[in-house]
Design a protein around this ligand. Structure first.
Ligand code: PLP
Length: 376
């Protein structure tokens, strides 16, 4: 039995009628830019996240970039984030000429260790970007307390965490900005690139709307230098149609995570210290990825791929060790928990349509790899 890491065809089979109808409406209208589906999608996502406003943009990367542009972040400024995230979080800081300052992760959650945040703040720090990695929210209470005491803007990278919840609040609605991606492999994926920024501040929403259209208002009067960061009408229509299914899919992901918990407990791999499961410390983890730590990770990954089981390493090289950031002056050993996570983690299939038989096959294949009796 082969088990893909993600099966978008299975998802599409279930939603074909909804999505095709939505796309056909856009095509019939021929309003591909700023069609009414964009505002409808923004309102629906804002409501879903519990934020006052949402502004559709061209990608999760551009959501991060435009949020920092709206704060005027640039040369001479520092922005704090973690080195254990997708490249875009840090790439966006550097593209604006600002300096990323890293804080190591909490090994239990893979998210920014909020206890280390205060120590990274300087007089140049303008913002902090907590990343809700793999679908679990960072420690927002502590991060926002430090940010507020030090006058920092909080930009949530919620690209992997739409619908994640803690203390009755959802990802993206707590900081000054929440950045979302509709990249197809995210929990709410478009049929191409797309993104959204949520905010509770109408002035910030207004700046975002200006910036995504070359700072233009009214036509051909440019108040700021922005860019073309628009969300296509077609993508907005797809996202809006798919949003109705999101909670069902999220429950599917959560059910699969629980199922792995049972299967791994039965396998004996946990007691033998060969595999460690992800920990949920918040109210609603949405499992964009189900990431284990394991012994001999690279060999296990090869074994699984040979057995037809999709798996992936998120992320094999922490960002402070990337060649393009060598100029920042960081080196090996600077963020040991991020470096250890990069060596030990492996993402397993957790997509909503994953069957019981498939999840069982994944755990059996891992059990076969380690064999009987051998321990770490
Ligand atoms: C996917 C992702 C992004 C970038 O989103 P795109 O839509 O691909 O540009 C940024 N940050 C994190 C944590 C992501 O997972």
């Amino acid at each position: 039995m082969s088990v893909p890491l993600l099966d978008l065809k299975a998802q599409y089979a279930a939603i074909r009628d909804d999505v095709e109808r939505a796309m056909r409406e856009v095509v019939e209208s021929q309003v591909f830019i700023n069609g009414p589906q964009v505002a409808a999608c923004e309102q629906a996502v804002a409501r879903y996240c519990g934020a006052a406003r949402a502004v559709g943009v061209s990608s999760g990367t551009d959501a991060l970039l435009i949020s920092m542009m709206a704060e005027g972040i640039g040369p001479g400024d520092e922005v704090i984030t973690t080195p254990y995230t997708f490249f875009a979080t840090v790439g966006s800081i550097v593209r604006l000429g600002a300096r990323p300052v890293f804080v190591d992760i909490d090994p239990e959650t893979f998210n920014m260790d909020s206890r280390r945040l205060e120590g990274a703040v300087t007089s140049r720090t303008r913002a902090v970007i907590p990343v809700h990695l793999f679908g679990q929210m960072a420690d927002m209470a502590a991060i926002c307390a430090t940010a507020s005491a030090r006058g920092l803007v909080v930009i949530e990278d919620a690209c992997q965490a739409i619908g994640a919840e803690h203390g009755g609040r959802r990802a993206g609605a707590i900081g000054h900005y929440g950045c979302f991606s509709f990249f197809p492999s995210k929990n709410l994926g478009a049929f191409g690139d797309g993104g959204m920024v949520t905010t509770n501040d109408p002035d910030r929403a207004d700046r975002l709307e200006l910036l995504r259209m070359h700072g233009m208002r009214p036509k051909y009067v440019h108040r700021m230098v922005g860019g073309n960061f628009r969300l296509d009408t077609l993508q907005a229509a797809v996202v809006l149609a798919k949003l109705r299914w999101l909670d069902r899919w999220t429950e599917g992901r959560r059910r699969n995570a629980e199922r792995y918990g049972r299967l791994f407990a039965e396998s004996g791999l946990l007691e033998r210290g060969l595999v460690r499961l992800p920990r949920t410390v918040t109210d609603r983890h949405v499992f964009n990825q189900y990431v284990i730590r394991c012994e001999r990770r690279d060999a296990l990954m090869e074994h699984l791929k040979a057995a037809g089981i999709g798996c992936e390493v998120y992320y094999p090289i922490p960002l402070h060790l990337q060649e393009c950031f060598a100029g920042l002056g960081y080196g090996p050993g600077d963020f040991p928990e991020s470096e250890r996570a990069a060596r030990e983690t492996l993402a397993l299939p957790v997509y909503p349509e994953l069957t019981d038989a498939q999840a069982t096959e994944v755990v059996h294949a891992i059990t076969r790899f380690y064999g009987a009796g051998r321990s770490a």
